[in-house]
Structures are given as structure tokens and as C-alpha cells.
Design a protein around this ligand. Sequence first.
Ligand code: TXA
Ligand code: MG
Length: 357
Amino acid sequence: MNDKWINETKLWTVEYTDNQKQLLDDKDLKEAAGLLAQGEVVAFPTETVYGLGANALSTEAVNKIFKAKGRPGDNPLIVHIASMDQLQPLVQPLSSLVNRCMERFWPGPITFVLRSNGIVPANVTAGLNTIGVRMPSHPVAQALIKLANVPIAAPSANLSGRPSPTLAQHVLHDLRGRISGIVDGGPAGFGVESTVVDMTGPFPVILRPGGITAEQLQEVTGEVRWDPSLYNSNEAPLSPGMKYTHYAPNGTLFLVEGPINATYFEKINEYVKQEKKQGEKVGILTTVENEAKYDADVVLSCGSRGDLQTVASKLYNVLRTFDDNQVTVIFSEMFPEEGIGIAIMNRLQKASGGKIV
Ligand code: TXA
Ligand code: MG
């Protein structure tokens, strides 16, 4: 089976400063961009998570993404651009609302779903008449897209269903031998994916909570609505990708509800005891404030409750570390659903398949 895959996945380490020119001259980035331009798939850092890129204008190149990830064909990809010039040929004319949002939030962690003009091949959009587009702010992503000189379709660079990668080593773990290369630019920033917003109607509809919060969006647009499936599990999601179980560690994950106090810690420690009796290897997902409160096989601290951005940036790495430690059952604290906490809880809910105790 191996001969159907790539023999070697190249790994380039790119040091970056804010000096774009230096990056555009970088020999490794040029090599990576050359492979993209030739129709190969290459992973790269963004300010959210690592992406797995291919030329968005090539059906064959985009097929390689689906094959490498084992991604269902009905889940559309986000097209990444480095300038507005790369956007115009792909979409129908932009409304003033869309223009204002792009001016305010791009480059940055938000994807706008717009009306496609049909230039991008059907496997990028999963046959929809809309297209998700994002201009990332990460200097390495920007330089790579500029050098490749084509729009780049890129989902998160994980095997389908696994937690998204926030480090190059996560990508290597999932996709080594399945893709042409990985640009290692150090840890991704936000740690959760971009906010996906449908901009095809009179007001923005959030399809996936992410790096830009609803409050930030509202400042520009006045009104913001949510895909009803985000708060009502009986509704079908408007975004195809949101119907899949995602971000799941190998162990069974339970979210533990309730105010975080002495009773809460006791309750979790009691669950741990019961599971250990059944022969399970038990993990706890907590934060620096509470890590000393638990007695389990693997207690992992995911940033600080005092700053939910730190939780977002560590979340996927912590979920993957439970796997590295062969943890079979995980109990996780829950987080306030405000600001970036909405994205964190959305991912934890999906990772747990909605199991709350
Ligand atoms: O931060 C991010 O968005 C990362 C980095 C690499 O940019 N990318 C990412 O891609 O998370 P992916 O493929 O893992 O998630 C894309 C999500 C999916 O839920 C997909 O269904 C949705 O965006 N999406 C893409 N195009 C869409 C469209 N035309 N209409 C509705 N949803 C769309
Ligand atoms: Mg993904």
C-alpha cells in the first residue's frame, strides 16, 4: 500500500520575523511553494491551526487533500488568499457589508462564505454554489501563498476526525508519507480554527465559532445570527463539516458540568476511582488553577481559566497528549461560553460526542 503514497515527506523549518521580504527570499519556502504550484500538497502554519494546502484551481491537486486526510467528499474546503486580487476572480461582486468585514478582520482568523462564480472546481466547494475564503495573517502562510501565486485550498492538516494540529509534529504524526512536505513555523497562534460566517444573506450567520468572536463581528455588522444547530442538537448544521464528530481523542471523553468548587473536584475524583477499578487509564483535562486537586493517571493542564485564549491555544495539544499516554477515559472541566470560550466549548462538545456528566 505504501507505494501509492509519497516516499518522503519533506520537513522545512522556517524562522520568521515580520520581515516579509526575508520570507519571500527563503529558499525552503520557495521550494514548498514550487511544490504547491506543481499540484502537490504541503502543510503550513497559520495563526489558527496548521493547514494542508493545495492549488485551489486544480481538481487533481485538491483530490490529493481528500485522499491524504481521508476526508469525506461532501465537506467543502476553505480557500486561502494573500491579497484581494486573488479573491476577485473567484467570487461574485462583494456587498458593502462584506467589504467592511474584510477590511476590519482580514488578514485574520475568520472565513467568509460567499457566492462562488464557479471558477473554483467542484471538489473545493463540495458542489455548493458558495465558497469559504480566508486571508490568514500568519507571515509564513502569507509568504507561501504569494510565492505559490495561486489561491490555496486548505483544511486543517490532521487525519479526518482527529484534533487539529497546532504544531508541525502533530502534522507529521498524522500525515507523514501521505503528503509532500510540512513547513514548520513553530506553534500556531489561536489554537482553534477560524470563525466560519455565511455572508450570503442580509446579516452574518455564524456556522462555526472560532478565533473572531460574535461580539467583535457585531461591532461591524450590528446584527449577527447563529446557525441554530449550534445550540439545538436536533437541527441539521448549515455547514457540511459541522455534522461530523471531530477533534476526538482515542479515549472516551466526558465533560463534567457544575460550579468548579470542592464538591466538583470530589465528584471527579470519585469518577476516576470507579473507572480505575474497571481497569481504565484515566486522564483529567484541567487548568493551572486546579491541577493539584485531582488524583488520576494523567492530569493535563490546558492553560489558565483566567485567560481563555491560553486554553484555546493548548486544547488540541492536550487532547493529543492523552492519546500519546494511552489514556482510555478522560474527564474534562467545562469553560464559560463567552468570547473565545464559545469556540472552546464547541470543540469539546464535539470531541466528547456530547457526553456530559
Ligand atoms: O482556521 C481554519 O479555518 C483552518 C486553517 C487551516 O485555515 N482551516 C480549517 O479547515 O479549519 P477545515 O476544512 O478543517 O474546516 C472548514 C470548515 C468545515 O466545517 C467546512 O464544512 C466549512 O468550513 N466550509 C467550507 N466551505 C464552506 C461553504 N461554502 N459553506 C459552508 N461551510 C463551509
Ligand atoms: Mg478540520
